[in-house]
Design a protein around this ligand. Structure first.
Ligand SMILES: [Ca+2]
Ligand SMILES: [Ca+2]
Length: 87
């Protein structure tokens, strides 16, 4: 499934990031910062400027922001990491 495709991607990223995800799933999610880590101001939403800390997530931001309010909710971020954002 998505594991095979994402493993290579993850291997490229793993050495550079050194991040730990508290609720590890697979692939991208394994290497991605947690929602809490991204939400620097603690308002419960991840704004685009907050995502810019993780440049590889930036191109995904608009796709993940399903209600187009310019912020990622916890659910949007999670769904994005799980690959369910593009509908
Ligand atoms: Ca925030
Ligand atoms: Ca949103």
């Amino acid at each position: 499934m998505r594991l095979g495709k994402t493993v290579m991607f993850s291997l490229m990223m793993v050495s550079a990031q050194g991040l730990t995800a508290p609720d590890v799933d697979v692939g991208l999610k394994q290497q991605a910062p947690s929602f809490i880590e991204l939400d620097r101001d603690g308002d419960g939403l991840v704004a685009k400027v907050e995502v810019e800390r993780v440049p590889r997530l930036v191109p995904r931001f608009d796709n993940w922001d399903r209600d187009k309010d310019g912020q990622l909710s916890r659910a949007e971020y999670r769904n994005g990491l799980l690959g369910r954002a593009s509908k």
